[in-house]
Design a protein around this ligand. Structure first.
Ligand code: COA
Length: 375
């Protein structure tokens, strides 16, 4: 048995995958064989999902069929709406509501192990998030519309009005950018669940729990808080100094794998730039200025690990520009990443080996039992 303990499984290769490839040293990300920028800026979300599930781009006819199929699976049963209504009434965070709604969303459907079940999971996540949000705002849910694409329909269900083209494109760029990213914590969680021959909805529900934490998907909300504060105060240097002197982390910086700027930050920053152009608002300028100050300050601190901008930094700016409420940033990440989770689950299933690492025991040995009244 190995004597080395790889804390956090850092640097351990646990699977072969055709879905995405990360080069952390040079800052390159390939999804389904495409550089992330190419997929993010050209694809519809449905094309990205098809690419992950089928390992190729769809023809026009296949895309139309796939899009219609996903759209036909968007409805959730009344019992799930009841759970979401209750979660909203109790002010539960959106990720908790998603976990509850997703777990119950197979009611009324025959659970199967197939790609159809994976499509259903991808299709219902936006409906669950939007339904929860409508209740949270004291409104009735807006039923999904089959004639709208995945991204447009999500925005439509949130607001009840048809979104403009720029917002849809901004959101779609985001959804494509974060759809898959190697064996990150939530994806590993999903693969671990199906490696026991468990089902896809269990895998997706567990992955939601993993994504929720601030070290994974929970960062963009705090990033936006930080950006708003800095924008209002107008002194990014002082803010960064205060945080770092207090031993706090700057949200939106640093990454387990990337040693340079996260390539997704570049894609999302360009998309945000396009979105904010022409708006009478200097928020995005403040965001860019803050990035420079923060990266310089983190570099000046030294340390063996270079800290640069990660995906969450520009996610916050872009989603804010698209009009996604901050409370839904992490659930919107899930709206995208659920396709990556499902594709990894299908891949794991196709060549399964139970995921079961080992630990090194460092506890007591040879204890002698003392009866309770003698302790
Ligand atoms: N701000 C300030 N310091 C940071 C930092 C940040 N955002 N991220 C890492 N560091 C420092 C750590 O304090 C640590 O310093 P030390 O060696 O003096 O203790 C060093 O860099 C290494 O950090 P470590 O926690 O080992 O890195 P990791 O690979 O486990 O963590 C993250 C990666 C993403 C969890 C981490 O960078 C982080 O917490 N970032 C902020 C949260 C965030 O943006 N999350 C979204 C990720 S996409």
């Amino acid at each position: 048995m190995s004597e080395t303990v790889n804390r956090g499984l850092e640097g351990i290769t646990v699977a072969e995958t055709r879905l995405s490839d990360i080069d952390g040293e040079s800052g390159a990300l390939t999804i389904g064989g495409f550089p992330v920028v190419e997929l993010a800026t050209n694809a519809t979300y449905e094309e990205s999902v098809f690419l992950l599930f089928e390992d190729r781009l769809p023809t026009a006819a296949e895309l139309a069929g796939f899009r219609a199929d996903l759209a036909s699976r968007r409805e959730i049963p009344e019992e799930v709406r009841a759970v979401l209504r209750r979660a909203a009434a109790e002010d539960r965070p959106a990720m908790d509501a998603l976990r509850m709604g997703l777990a119950a969303s197979t009611l009324g459907t025959a659970e199967s192990a197939s790609e159809e079940a994976a499509r259903r999971v991808v299709a219902v996540v936006p409906t669950i998030v939007a339904t929860y949000w409508r209740y949270r705002r004291g409104n009735e849910p807006v039923p999904p519309r089959e004639d709208l694409g995945h991204a447009a329909n999500y925005l439509y269900m949130l607001t009840g009005t048809e979104p403009d083209e720029a917002a849809v494109r901004g959101l779609e760029t985001y959804l494509n950018t974060v759809v898959d990213h190697g064996v990150n914590a939530s994806t590993f969680t999903a693969r671990t669940v199906v490696s026991t021959q468990s089902d896809l909805i269990s895998a997706a529900t567990a992955a939601v729990g993993s994504l929720k934490g601030p070290l994974h998907g929970g960062a963009p909300g705090p990033v936006l808080d930080m950006l708003r504060t800095v924008h209002e105060r107008g002194d990014p240097d002082a803010y960064v100094r205060e945080k770092l002197d207090a031993g706090e982390r700057l949200m939106g910086f640093g990454h387990r794998v990337y040693r340079v700027r996260d390539p997704r930050a570049a894609v999302l920053s360009s998309a945000a730039d396009r979105l904010y152009q022409g708006r009478d608002d200097d928020f995005f300028e403040a965001v860019r200025a803050f990035e420079t100050v923060a990266v310089d300050a983190l570099a000046a601190r030294g340390g063996d690990r270079r800290l640069d901008t990660n995906v969450e930094f520009y996610t916050a700016a872009l989603l804010e520009g698209v009009g996604i409420p901050m409370e839904l940033f992490t659930t919107t990440f899930a709206v995208s990443r659920v396709a990556g989770w499902m594709a990894h689950c299908l891949e794991q299933r196709a060549d399964n080996r139970l995921i079961r690492p080992v630990s090194r025991y460092v506890g007591e040995t040879d204890r002698t039992w003392t009866p309770v009244d003698e302790r």
